[in-house]
Design a protein around this ligand. Structure first.
Ligand code: ZN
Length: 174
């Protein structure tokens, strides 16, 4: 049975560490992957990284779907990505509102590459290389930052573009 895990919040030192690479096979992470998916689901998250649940390893889940927190998100199956990296970037930057389960109640406008070529391992050790674009590319870049100790407010260029979730939802439903 998967468990809902406690999410570390901004200020917790583990969120500022560089996470360690994972050597596969690592069957001990199968349970963690199931728990991460359940935890993101319960919190209406579209992604979650292992350091957010106090496990400083290079693993995150991308699980885009529409929710009260992200009403316009595209739907995809939750995908575990191990030792993820960006191998190429479009260079075309787009700004978009981000939030984070570790920074509750806050949204900020962040520039990200619109399109990225990424590489990661599945939990079965298969190497996947694919192009991601739009909101899913944004989630990947946000989660990859978690593995390097970076939180989205670090990337908000203009402090006036850091707002509450309630104010953000007024914009999103406009
Ligand atoms: Zn986050």
């Amino acid at each position: 049975m998967s468990k809902i895990l406690q999410i570390s919040e901004i200020g917790s030192p583990i969120l500022r560490q560089r996470a360690s690479s994972i050597d596969l096979p690592a069957p001990q992470i199968d349970g963690l992957i199931a728990d991460l998916i359940a935890t993101a689901d319960a919190a209406n998250g579209v992604g979650i990284a292992a350091p957010q649940v106090a496990s400083s390893i290079r693993l995150f889940i991308v699980a885009s779907r529409p929710s009260p927190r992200y009403p316009h998100a595209p739907t995809m199956a939750p995908t575990a990505m191990i030792n993820p990296e960006i191998v190429d970037r479009s260079g075309e930057l787009v700004s978009g509102w981000e939030g984070c389960l570790s920074v509750p109640g806050v949204r900020g406008l962040v520039l990200r590459d619109r399109t990225i070529e990424v590489r990661y391992l599945t939990q079965h050790g298969d190497l996947v290389q694919q192009e991601l674009t739009g909101f899913v590319a944004r989630i990947f870049q946000h989660e990859l930052d978690h593995l390097d100790g970076i939180l989205f407010p670090d990337r908000v260029a203009n402090p006036t573009e850091l707002i509450t979730e309630a104010e953000y939802l007024k914009i999103a439903f406009d």
